[in-house]
Structure formats: structure tokens, C-alpha cells
Write a protein that binds this ligand. Structure first.
Ligand SMILES: [Fe+2]
Length: 399
């Protein structure tokens, strides 16, 4: 063993000691989930929870690699619980490579895969939102997501419903949220599927127009989209995910819109630029005259038109919806398709067939997720219901 590896291993052993744990009991954290804060082709952010305080660190190596490398991270209390949230960001990884990690030598080993640098092989991801009303619904859909073998999942807000109508934080719902994820959101080859998120009203005390301090759990639990509350994540030169905050802890109008314009303007050569946010511009169930819907249509949708964004994912309305292509606030075959509307694991709302909305092509009370496949020249979206049946699709040829 080379000296540097030995030093790394010793450092790792020191970093990953877990106080209070019984000798010989393998450490298997109650919550374990992956995210990306930057370049998904060469980094991975690993989050896990411990009961009580512990130092943050783990060991990792390419699958089949010889030497474990230690990586240290940070830990912060999950205020209101007895848990700590740990974060390690691995960097300088190889693209499209399987890695394994563990918390101590000889203990349980977990796997992940970095993203490829290009679209020579199609890239597949899952998205949906409004996740956890009933555990059994959330659980079922996580399992379906895992079986579809996506590279990652994007969940567009209203995750654990920790903040309900009373604004008292039902904080242990996060434990359920992550327990179900850890059990089910595993690809067929055993690797953990990364989870990207946007913020929704049920992550926030006061729902909307609040300071980030009112969503303390969200900002503690997830390194991404990060303290700014919104972010753009670039995958090579083929995909950019735009994760937005629809006025829960950051206003739609002003700084976020200015930022969005700059981000989209800088990515006109990227074939797949896809925004995700919680409150819909074109609601499937609620009134289109809601203030958030109007603000998004006035501020973000013109930017989608200007910079050629053709596919947007919205949530919050607890139904399925697919809009006609929309451009300039009108039906236009060259426009943007808005998919939604947040019905992963929640009670459903039924759009009134007697009051059709001008922009809706299809809608209905269907719990669902979307499987998106990206090709160099096209993208294909399949909508799956909770029985795993495909019930809708979108195919977009790139310009
Ligand atoms: Fe919502």
C-alpha cells in the first residue's frame, strides 16, 4: 500500500468514528441520499443522517478499485430532532463511472454513478412533485422510479409536507420521506439514485413570500439548490436543469428573474435546458388568475419564449396536466409544453371537465411521474401512473 493511501485510510478511520454506536454493529444511516451541487460528471454530494452528533467522513473508490480514499465533510444539527445532517462532496471523479463508498472499512458498501460527458448514450431521468401525503403512495412511486432506472430524480417541491395548514412543523415526516427513499429509490443494479429538489409551499412556515429562515429544514437537509434557493446545474454541454423557487423563500420578480435571464442567455447552445418549479404558470386545476401564476407568466415564460425553452415541469395542483405548446401567452406549435402538476403521492384534485382551460391538452386526477429520455436531437417524455402504466407522452424534436 502506498504511503499516501495509508495516510488517507488512517485519516478516514478517524473521521468516520460514530460515537454511541455499539461495537460490531454495521453503520447503516436512517437517511442516505445523493445530490449534486456542481458538475454531475465529476462530483457527487452524499448526505446522510446520524442520531446524535458524529464527525462527517466516508471512504470511496471506483468500483473494483484497490484503495479506499477518505473524504471529510460537514455536519449540522437537524434542529427540532435528535439527528445530524452530514454532507460530503466528492470531487475530481471520473465521468460515467461507478463508485462505491462506505462509512468504515468492512461495513456496508453503497454505490453511485457519475453522469456521462455527452449524449452518445441517451440519458434518462424521472420527475414529479407533491410527494408525501400518504406513505403508501410515496413509497409505491419511489419504487416505480427506482425500477425505471433513471440517472437521477427531480422532485419539484412539497416533499414531506412538514409544514401543514397549521404551520406547525411536523418534522418527523422528513424521517419517513428519507426512509422510503432509501428503501425504494435504488436502481436495478443497486446504485443509489441522486435526488434533486426545488422548494414548495409545504417546506415553508407561511407558505410563500417568506425568508429562508422559515424553511430551515429544507435548507439544512439539502445542499442543492443551495442557499440562494435556486440554481442551474450543467451536465456537460448537453443538459442544464434550472431549479427555481416560485416565491416560497425568494420572490419570482426581481433578482431571481434577472438571474434566470442571464442563465438562459448563457445556455442557448445547450440542447436541453429544462426548468422545474413548484407553483404552475398554467395550472391544471386551480385558477390561472392566481398571483404566482400571473407573476411566472409575466416574468419567466417570456424568457422561456426568448431563449427557446420548450419543456417545463410544474407542480402543486395535485393532478396530471399537459398543456398545448404555448408561446407569447397563446397557443403556438413552436411554443413551450408545460407538464405537471405535482401528483406523486398526494390526494388528487379533479379538473372540472365543464370548465375547460384554453391551454390544457390533457388533464385528470392521476398520480403519476414522468420519465424523460434525452437524445442529441430529441427528447421523449412518458407519463406513468402508479400502476406503472404509460398513459401519456410528449416527443420533441430539437430545432
Ligand atoms: Fe404546493
Amino acid at each position: 500500500m502506498r504511503l499516501t493511501h495509508l495516510i488517507s485510510l488512517i485519516a478516514g478511520l478517524a473521521a468516520v468514528s460514530v460515537p454511541g454506536r455499539s461495537i460490531g454493529a454495521p453503520f447503516d444511516p436512517p437517511a442516505l441520499y445523493l445530490q449534486w451541487q456542481r458538475d454531475p460528471t465529476t462530483t457527487m454530494t452524499i448526505h446522510w443522517h446520524t442520531v446524535g452528533e458524529a464527525k462527517s467522513g466516508l471512504l470511496h473508490r471506483p468500483v473494483g478499485g484497490a484503495a479506499w480514499q477518505a473524504a471529510a465533510g460537514t455536519a449540522q444539527p437537524f434542529v427540532g430532532t435528535d439527528r445530524w445532517v452530514h454532507t460530503v462532496e466528492l470531487t475530481q471523479l471520473r465521468p460515467a463511472t461507478d463508485y462505491e463508498f462506505c462509512f468504515s472499512p468492512g461495513e456496508k458498501v453503497f454505490k453511485f454513478r457519475t453522469m456521462p460527458q455527452d449524449l452518445r448514450q441517451p440519458v434518462r431521468f424521472v420527475t414529479g412533485g407533491d410527494v408525501y401525503h400518504e406513505y403508501k403512495w410515496m413509497d409505491l412511486m419511489y419504487g416505480l422510479a427506482g425500477r425505471l432506472d433513471p440517472a437521477f430524480v427531480v422532485l419539484g417541491g412539497d416533499l414531506a409536507y412538514a409544514h401543514g395548514g397549521t404551520n406547525e412543523e411536523r418534522i418527523t415526516r422528513w424521517f419517513d420521506y428519507f426512509a422510503a427513499w432509501k428503501t425504494n429509490a435504488i436502481a436495478p443494479d443497486g446504485r443509489i439514485i441522486p435526488m434533486l429538489v426545488t422548494i414548495g409551499n409545504h417546506e415553508v412556515k407561511g407558505s410563500a413570500g417568506q425568508p429562508p429562515e422559515n424553511a430551515r429544514s429544507f435548507y439544512t437537509l439539502f445542499a442543492a439548490p443551495g442557499a440562494q434557493g435556486y440554481a442551474c446545474l450543467d451536465f456537460g454541454k448537453y443538459l442544464s436543469l434550472v431549479l427555481l423557487d416560485s416565491n416560497h423563500t425568494h420572490p419570482i420578480v426581481g433578482a431571481q428573474t434577472d438571474w434566470l435571464k442571464g442563465q438562459l442567455a448563457a445556455r442557448t447552445s445547450i440542447p436541453h435546458v429544462i426548468p422545474f418549479y413548484h407553483t404552475p404558470a398554467y395550472p391544471g386545476y386551480r385558477s390561472e388568475t392566481g398571483s404566482h401564476a400571473e407573476q411566472i407568466r409575466a416574468n419567466w415564460c417570456p424568457l422561456f419564449d426568448q431563449y427557446g425553452v420548450k419543456l417545463v415541469f410544474e407542480n402543486h395542483d395535485h393532478c396530471f396536466k399537459r398543456t398545448h405548446p404555448i408561446r407569447g401567452g397563446n397557443l403556438d406549435p413552436t411554443g413551450t409544453v408545460y407538464l405537471g402538476d405535482g401528483a406523486w403521492g398526494v390526494n388528487l384534485r379533479t379538473p372540472d371537465p365543464g370548465k375547460p382551460k384554453w391551454y390544457i391538452a390533457q388533464s385528470g386526477p392521476i398520480r403519476h411521474l414522468y420519465l424523460v429520455t434525452l437524445y442529441p436531437e430529441a427528447r421523449h417524455v412518458l407519463a406513468f401512473n402508479e400502476a406503472g402504466q404509460i398513459f401519456d407522452e410528449v416527443y420533441q424534436q430539437l430545432d
